[in-house]
Design a protein around this ligand. Structure first.
Ligand code: SF4
Length: 375
């Protein structure tokens, strides 16, 4: 299949692996963070660490959309869904994320709450149209990639004059999270690992382009390579990062030229800017409170904002006490460091969010199980 097979070619993978081996300086270590869960999945699935020299370490970042949503916001969604007359809609993976007390949207659905899995935000608008006697709340999550479809749903609901459709907005932003990892005193207090460079997310960058990363490449002197999700994309990005590090450069480079431009998708950016604005601060699982890292609905669209229509208290709830998701999302621990990894916590019975979605580090390690333990 075009754009798939040629990016999974084993012979080419060996050639890139050999180029990486020739490029690395054996007298230093390279700690590279793949921000995005899609890359974590590819790295685990294709056994990429097995192809890398021992002094090149890949560190998982917080770029899995369901993993970073804090327990308090999931508890908010559960309480919303338990209100009489409410239909709560969200994407499938979100329904399985557990709270500290082991509840999830799927479990309260089994208890009788009207929780529905949707494949798109527009499905939730349709459900609102078909159920005028109910309040339909769309639990919106995800990075910049899933934000434009939420904006479209709000605008469509407005155009249709729906008064029973709202969005519980939890959209978060990639560049502020990367900056936070690099500079926040809180993250340093919680524990972190020094990083030499970043593999930037593919799909997010199709929307925002490559230029938003230029600030922190320059400010923090960390190279960034935006890469696609196929194994050769990731291998090539690792090679490009190592070359930059060896040459003392800290540039933003684009490996994923087949889909990403410097400017990104301007139409989508205008749409998002029309409907959403920055939140002053937002809580991320593992990263704590990150300034200007999430979006809320603008007052012009307040009729479609669940946080305006319903009482949604700010809840700060710790993870399950055995769960190490926070430390994993900061890169300081690996899934196997968690005492209940693969025993009590499995994809069938996730205790923490990192085990829910295949993009989560724990689920990726559990599914492919050939990750080399690194110090
Ligand atoms: S295995 Fe991962 S998701 Fe499960 S409890 Fe441990 S850290 Fe959390």
């Amino acid at each position: 299949m075009k754009y798939i097979d040629e990016f999974r070619d084993g012979t080419l993978a060996k050639k890139i692996a050999s180029a990486i081996k020739n490029e690395v300086n054996p007298h230093r270590h390279y700690q590279l963070m793949e921000f995005c869960g899609g890359h974590t999945h590819a790295i685990s699935r294709y056994g990429i660490p097995d192809l890398l020299p021992g002094n090149v370490r890949m560190i998982h970042g917080p770029g899995c959309p369901v993993c970073v949503l804090p327990v308090g916001r999931i508890e908010n969604a559960i309480r919303l869904a338990q209100q009489p007359g409410v239909i709560l809609c969200s994407y499938g993976d979100m329904l399985r994320v557990p709270t500290d007390r082991g509840m999830s949207l799927l479990k309260i659905k089994a208890q009788g709450a009207d929780v529905r899995m949707v494949y798109s935000s527009i499905d939730a608008v349709r459900i609102a149209q078909e159920n005028p006697q109910h309040q339909v709340v769309f639990l919106a999550i995800g990075f910049e990639t899933t934000t434009p479809p939420t904006a479209i749903a709000i605008k469509q609901a407005q155009a249709m004059g729906l008064n029973n459709f709202t969005v519980f907005c939890n959209h978060v932003l990639t560049p502020p999270a990367i900056s936070h990892i690099l500079q926040s005193p809180e993250v340093r207090q919680l524990g972190w690992v020094p990083l030499d460079g970043f593999i930037g997310p593919a799909h997010v960058s199709t929307i925002i382009g490559s230029y938003p990363y230029e600030y922190f490449a320059e400010e923090f002197q960390k190279p960034v390579v935006i890469a696609g999700f196929e194994p050769l994309d990731v291998m090539q990005a690792i090679l490009m990062l190592i070359r930059q590090i060896n040459q003392g450069r800290a540039d933003v480079e684009n490996e994923f030229t087949r889909a990403v431009t410097r400017e990104g998708n301007l139409k989508a950016q205008y749409l998002v800017a029309e409907v959403f604005e920055l939140r002053r601060v937002f809580e991320w699982r593992g990263l704590g409170w990150v300034p200007y890292s999430a979006l809320r609905i603008k007052s012009a669209f307040a009729d479609f904002d669940a946080e305006k229509r319903f009482q949604i208290p700010a809840l700060s709830i710790a993870d399950h006490k055995a769960c190490e998701c926070g430390a994993i999302l900061r890169g300081i621990k690996q899934p196997q460091d968690c005492k209940i990894f693969g025993t009590v916590c499995t994809p069938d019975n996730p205790v923490g969010s990192c085990m829910v979605l295949s993009e989560g580090a724990c689920a990726a390690h559990y599914s492919y199980g050939r990750f080399r333990q690194t110090a």
